[in-house]
Design a binder for this molecule. Structure first.
Ligand code: HEC
Length: 141
């Protein structure tokens, strides 16, 4: 009986389509989380460089990717119901959105201010939820 329900759910076209539309898979493992953070770090560096060299297009795409990544991070903590991490991930996604909005108005100063708010979330969340292992790797705590 249960197996039949599972098969029906898997074969339901709506379910398959919804998954195909997701831009990137959700974070479910420590490895997924680590990959998302590595991408966040790379995009954050790119964003800072683009802001100082006033390359608006590059900065906008980095901000958009940061926002998408932080939404995945938010979903992860939402699921775990960890309130402070949820709050920092929400702030980070909002700051990334503010950066993109400011840049669309050619407001580099506004984008720079929002990027400082974004940087604050990295430190706050890492202090509470990032464990440094002796071999230089990190894990979620
Ligand atoms: C909501 C919490 C949260 C926020 C916000 C956050 N991080 Fe993280 N980050 C973590 C956790 C938890 C880990 C440890 C997990 C891991 O690395 O697998 C981590 C790990 C990392 C790592 C190590 C990745 C690895 O595994 O080698 C880097 C780099 C990193 N974060 C960069 C950033 C930067 C840059 C920002 C801000 C722009 C940021 N993070 C914001 C929670 C967060």
């Amino acid at each position: 009986m249960n197996a039949w329900i599972a098969v029906a759910v898997l074969l339901a076209p709506g379910v398959v389509d919804a998954q195909a539309l997701l831009p990137r898979p959700a974070i479910t493992t420590q490895e997924d989380y680590s990959d998302a953070m590595k991408d966040i770090a790379a995009q954050n560096t790119l964003l800072r460089k683009s802001l100082t060299s006033k390359s608006e297009g590059d900065a906008i795409s980095a901000a958009a990717r940061l926002e998408a990544n932080f939404k995945k991070v938010l979903a992860y903590w939402d699921d775990k119901q960890v309130e402070d991490a949820r709050a920092e991930a929400t702030k980070a996604a909002a700051a990334a959105q503010d950066i993109a909005k400011a840049l669309q108005n050619h407001d580099i100063q506004g984008a720079t201010t929002a990027s400082q708010a974004l940087a604050g979330t990295c430190m706050a969340c890492h202090a509470a939820h990032r464990d440094r292992l002796t071999d230089g790797f990190y894990k979620i705590k």
